[in-house]
Write a protein that binds this ligand. Structure first.
Ligand code: ARG
Length: 258
């Protein structure tokens, strides 16, 4: 989802950052997430689509984790429809549920300033596998990201099928320096950066997961798609909510929602 605050922040970055606004994807063949692949049915069974145009994950049978900037705030909320259990949103196998209640990170202002997470309680149990929030992640510095968002920065359409890509993490200092030049201060303990030129998440992927492997090879969630300057641009990696920081707060919020 593209919110006004984000647009303003990014417009400021575009105006003062000195980086041409050209989409890097212009120079590349059209691929997916950006630079990824279409997910086969069943590969990421906990990945869900939210009706406001964001992604999310089932972290419990009735609870979705998404980005803070994808929701309006904390409270009763019946406006979100969740589509789950399919990579193709138009599939007849799609299961849907409706939101009942939302808790957004306390202190959330906008995605650029961190705290970019929210949990949503659904009106029913979706009976699908859930994704744990990683404690120890076996990382070789590469994670998988996914979503139904744009496959090119200049695309005008969200995707019907889930796309995924593998992205290398970018060290905090390197990422902070890049965005500093563009006038944005990274909140390093709340955000982690990942991506390579031509491979990134993009608008509409927000709220979706960045995943790695746990001790036993299982998928665990490491991040939430949050923001970036354009998509897949050289020198500007995607920025993700750093879940290791927020795991206790998210657990507490989930307990309140149960
Ligand atoms: N804020 C976007 C959304 O609401 C996600 C942008 C991710 N951008 C990136 N370059 N990784 O969908």
């Amino acid at each position: 989802m593209v919110r006004k605050a984000a647009l303003l922040a990014l417009a400021a970055v575009l105006l003062f950052g000195g980086q041409p606004a050209r989409a890097i994807s212009d120079a590349r063949p059209a691929r997916d997430v950006i630079g990824g692949l279409v997910a086969p049915q069943g590969k990421f069974p906990w990945a869900v689509r939210l009706s406001m145009g964001c992604g999310g994950t089932l972290i419990e049978p009735r609870i979705v984790l998404t980005a803070g900037h994808c929701v309006d705030g904390t409270g009763k909320n019946k406006s979100i429809v969740v589509t789950a259990g399919v990579t193709d949103l138009k599939s007849r196998r799609a299961r849907t549920a409706q939101s009942e209640r939302v808790i957004r990170a306390e202190g959330f202002i906008d995605e650029v300033r961190g705290d970019d997470w929210a949990v949503v309680r659904l009106d029913r149990d979706l009976h699908l596998p859930t994704l744990p929030i990683g404690r120890d992640v076996i990382g070789d510095g590469k994670y998988v990201v996914m979503g139904w968002g744009l496959t090119r920065e200049d695309s005008v359409q969200q995707e019907e099928r889930l796309h995924y890509a593998s992205v290398p993490t970018v060290p905090d200092d390197k990422c902070a320096l890049a965005y500093q030049k563009a006038g944005v201060t990274l909140v390093s303990d709340e955000q982690l950066c990942a991506g390579s030129p031509g491979v990134d998440t993009c608008q509409g992927d927000s709220g979706g997961p960045m995943v790695g492997h746990g001790r036993h090879g299982e998928w665990v969630q490491v991040g939430i798609v949050s923001w970036g300057l354009g998509c897949a641009r050289d020198g500007y990696p995607g920025v993700y909510t750093q879940l290791s920081t927020f795991r206790p707060a998210i657990k507490a919020a989930v307990r309140k929602l149960r």
